[in-house]
Design a protein around this ligand. Structure first.
Ligand SMILES: Nc1nc2c(ncn2[C@@H]2O[C@H](COP(=O)(O)OP(=O)(O)O)[C@@H](O)[C@H]2O)c(=O)[nH]1
Ligand SMILES: [Mg+2]
Ligand SMILES: [Zn+2]
Length: 320
């Protein structure tokens, strides 16, 4: 005899969720330790804290919070991240931002730029699975222009996307070409300090300056205005999208990448690995290396090889 079906009972929706009430959803736009600023779906901006030993939130995270009590809420859920861009140093990995559509690497001939910074950022973006765009800013300057042009040419030859603008000398044009590329996207600006990231942000999101002050007040950062990434959304007549500004750090460490990761992100080197005598060749000093042969034949840019070698010497080869 068929069993009588048991009546369906509504499942109590309180797994891991406090009894205090429904959760509200929003985007983390600034974070400092356990403190964060969240823009809710309603448009309201609240302060939210992460409690206990749970992982920290990252700018760009979509979170679910308790309803704010006297302006402060608790982050209960961090929704799965589409991607996470990070850099590392010898000691630790530093998350930069999550859920980003495009990494914009900004450089300029002045004050000074380091091609390795650009190349490292390109590797980090590749590893995180995020498309990248290199932006040469201040292109009206004649000092250092030759070096900057050579850097652009090399990047272009490797197959990277490069744009040349002047955020100050030709702001309207810069705004137009950037909007064309960034429309509907969340674009993260990275680069050494002084390259013009914040200038580009202000060009794209005119209310950003005021928002920066509000972030600092809410997170009690005082005058320290650029200690971490900040997410700004634009919803103007001519464009919609988000721009994430970051402080200018001098190094973009890649200690988290394996030799294989590095090669996958360097097609100008990887193109030649097939002829190596040893399958586990690191292309440094091994005999019968087809990468070294291509370098000697002038097929690989010597600066790119030097960059590869410096990373490969310390990279983890276990994954090879
Ligand atoms: N000549 C020139 N200077 C610029 C341009 N864009 C920005 N700057 C200047 O470069 C300096 C650093 O800009 P900032 O946006 O703070 O750089 P960040 O450190 O990358 O955020 C500022 O003095 C800007 O006025 C540009 O297109 N041309
Ligand atoms: Mg800045
Ligand atoms: Zn080799």
């Amino acid at each position: 005899m068929a069993k009588k079906p048991t009546a369906l009972k509504p499942r109590r929706q309180n797994r891991g969720v406090p009894e205090s009430g429904p959760l509200v959803r929003g985007r983390v736009t600034a974070a400092h330790g356990r403190h964060s600023i969240v823009t809710l779906e309603s448009g309201e901006v609240i302060e939210a804290h992460r409690r206990g030993k749970k992982g920290d939130v990252v700018v760009g995270d979509i979170v679910q919070c308790t309803e704010a009590v006297s302006g402060v809420a608790a982050v209960e859920v961090i929704e799965p991240r589409r991607n996470l861009l990070y850099r590392s140093d010898e000691w630790r990995i530093k998350s930069l931002a999550a859920n980003v559509d495009l990494v914009c690497i900004v450089f300029a001939s002045r004050p000074t730029f380091n091609p390795w910074f650009i190349w490292k950022a390109l590797l980090a973006a590749h590893e995180a699975g995020i498309p990248a765009l290199v932006i040469r800013n201040k292109d009206e300057l004649t000092e250092g222009a030759e070096e900057a042009e050579a850097a652009v040419r090399l990047l272009h030859d490797i197959g990277h996307d490069v744009l040349s603008i002047s955020a100050e000398a030709r702001p309207d044009e810069a705004r137009r070409v950037l909007i064309e590329r960034l429309s509907g996207k969340a674009a993260l600006l990275v680069g050494q300090s002084g390259m013009g990231k914040s200038t580009i942000l202000n060009l794209l999101v005119p209310h950003a300056k005021a928002a920066t002050r509000e972030f600092s007040e809410a997170l009690n950062l005082g005058k320290q205005t650029t200690t971490a990434a900040r997410w700004y959304s634009a919803s103007d007549d001519d464009w919609e999208g988000s721009v994430i500004d970051t402080p200018g750090f001098q190094e973009f460490g890649l200690a988290h990448l394996s030799l294989n990761d590095i090669l996958r992100a360097m097609p100008d080197i990887a193109r030649y690995v097939d002829g190596c005598r040893f399958f586990n060749c690191r292309h440094l000093a091994e005999p019968g290396c087809s990468v070294k042969k291509a370098l000697e034949d002038g097929l690989i840019d010597p600066a790119r090889y030097a960059f590869y070698a410096s990373l490969a010497e310390t990279a983890d080869t276990q994954a090879l």
